[in-house]
Design a protein around this ligand. Structure first.
Ligand code: BG6
Ligand code: MG
Length: 231
């Protein structure tokens, strides 16, 4: 084989190995904004239990599991497992009440268009959300069919900032982390994506600066630009 042919073949292989095949989205703060509902539900529980809980406190809960959210809300107060489970169930009842308000209009600006454009470009679409309510939220947004794989709070044991959930979703989509871009608005989620070796887009004003590409929202992105900036 001529050396030029060999080099061309190697470059082709690299391109195939690193070309982007999938987008994996966080839900809360990326596809829709449920942070306010989480805040109001935790606040109701906190007030009933005489614990102070502010919007600023709520920012620390972004992207982390329900149990870790409770820990952060308690700020070091001890709690036994039975009480913790009862409190989490109560918070979830309050949260689910708020979810009734969600309609397709609650998708963040540009999201349905971006999902359609990505699918038309042959990109597989996955969800990687820490929330056990993720499927319910997707149904209410009427976006369930836009996703080829859905990973939620039931999919893995170790939640973000562990990489497990994104790796689980990549597995369902049959792509490697190097072939997938994760879209995240939370520090824990960006850390999870980077730890897993994913290309990462950081969204919004939280601590997402370590991501490969930063944006204020999906609506400001273009599918081709994302693909060309990664891989
Ligand atoms: C994440 C949210 O998506 O899901 C967190 O960003 C939330 O704030 C977590 O705590 C778990 O959600 P749920 O619906 O299972 O209580
Ligand atoms: Mg989020």
């Amino acid at each position: 084989m001529c050396s030029f042919c060999y080099i061309t073949e190697v470059l082709e292989d690299q391109r195939v190995a690193t070309s982007i095949k999938a987008f994996i989205f966080d839900l809360d703060g990326v596809i829709t904004d449920t942070a306010e509902f989480h805040y109001l539900a935790w606040k109701q529980l906190a007030e009933e239990e005489g614990i102070s809980f502010t919007r600023e406190d709520n920012e620390q809960l972004r992207g982390v599991s329900r149990r870790e959210s409770l820990n952060r809300m308690l700020k070091g107060r001890p709690i036994d497992d039975v009480t913790a489970n009862l409190w989490m169930e109560r918070k979830n009842v309050y949260y689910k009440e708020f979810l009734h308000q969600i309609t397709p209009d609650h998708a963040l600006p540009g999201v349905p268009h971006f999902l359609t454009a990505a699918r038309n470009a042959g990109i597989l679409i996955g969800l990687g959300s820490a929330s056990k309510n993720a499927r319910d939220v997707l149904e209410r947004l009427e976006l369930r069919n836009a996703f080829d794989a859905v990973g939620d709070g039931y999919s893995v044991v170790n939640s973000k900032p562990a990489a497990d959930l994104f790796i689980w979703v990549a597995g369902r989509l049959n792509v490697t982390p190097q072939q997938a871009v994760v879209f995240e608005d939370a520090e824990a989620g960006v850390e999870a994506a980077l730890t897993g070796g994913f290309w990462t887009v950081g969204i919004g004003s939280a601590n997402v600066q370590k991501a490969h590409l930063l944006t204020d929202g999906i609506g400001s992105l273009n599918v081709e630009t994302v693909i060309s900036r990664m891989g």
